[in-house]
Design a protein around this ligand. Structure first.
Ligand SMILES: [Zn+2]
Ligand SMILES: [Zn+2]
Length: 259
């Protein structure tokens, strides 16, 4: 099991030295609001997200559910299990996200998902990477798996936004990325368009492992963009556990506020 770290500072020091010259010719813009980055921020950007946009993102803080990570409406007390997890434990061990799905970040995630703004994969991957490095350690045994899209949806959209995040993470964390052994076998409606009760049914038995050997006994970092009801991630985890996965940690860039 991964061990938690504390603190939540965000700095990216992994820039190419040549990038200073490139920045003079093509001044970097914020990936979220499109404004040119002030010189100071352009020098140490957080993957090109301006300080205004970063300030607008609201960080999730304790107390949260110790399993599914749902933030509690009170800001006092320690993490503990939420009612849903107490009643029925999810198939995943943990789910965590750095930010609330709100404000400018929400708009940007929607553009990332539905408007072909794939350039957001890198800065979003950077934010998630930062969060993972601050939150967990001893991750070298994990493999990364993105929540898969059905091949028909992949054809329609042209890319899987979760795979873009997973790729960014895999590169920086130096963990193996596996996006072939786990697939979505049912073409499902967009969860966002459904009522809560229908969402569970919508993703039921929607996923399948195509290569059991690649999953069996593996510790898995399961990556998605947003945690809403958790039904999708839980259904993924169920399928992966049925194929013998040892442990599943879900990470998403954002999650919806407590409902
Ligand atoms: Zn901005
Ligand atoms: Zn919970």
């Amino acid at each position: 099991m991964m061990v938690f770290k504390e603190k939540n500072n965000i700095v990216d020091k992994t820039r190419n030295p040549l990038s200073s010259f490139i920045d003079i010719v093509y001044p970097p813009r914020c990936h979220i609001c499109g404004k040119f980055l002030p010189y100071r921020e352009a020098k140490f950007p957080l993957n090109y997200i301006c300080s205004n946009c970063l300030r607008d993102m609201s960080l999730i803080s304790s107390p949260i559910c110790s399993i599914c990570g749902v933030p509690f409406s009170t800001n006092r007390g320690d993490n503990h299990m939420c009612e849903d997890c107490t009643r029925k434990r999810p198939y995943f061990e943990l789910a965590r996200a750095p930010y609330f799905y709100s404000g400018k970040l929400k708009g940007a995630i929607q553009r990332f998902k539905y408007n072909s703004e794939t350039h957001l994969g890198k800065p979003f991957g950077g934010l998630l990477l930062n969060f993972i490095q601050k939150t967990f350690h001893k991750m070298d045994e994990y493999i990364i798996i993105p929540v898969p899209l059905h091949k028909k949806k992949l054809r329609e959209r042209g890319y899987n936004q979760s795979l873009l995040l997973a790729k960014a993470l895999s590169k920086k964390l130096r963990l193996k990325l596996d996006y072939l052994s786990f697939i979505r076998i049912r073409y499902t409606q967009n969860q966002a368009s459904l009522r809560k009760m229908d969402r569970r049914e919508n993703v039921k038995n929607a996923f399948s492992v195509t290569d059991v050997k690649a999953i069996k006994a593996k510790k898995i970092l399961l990556v998605d963009d947003v945690f809403t009801t958790g039904f999708t991630l839980n259904e993924c985890a169920k399928s992966l556990k049925e194929s013998g996965a040892a442990e599943i940690i879900c990470v998403t860039l954002a999650r919806t506020p407590f409902d």
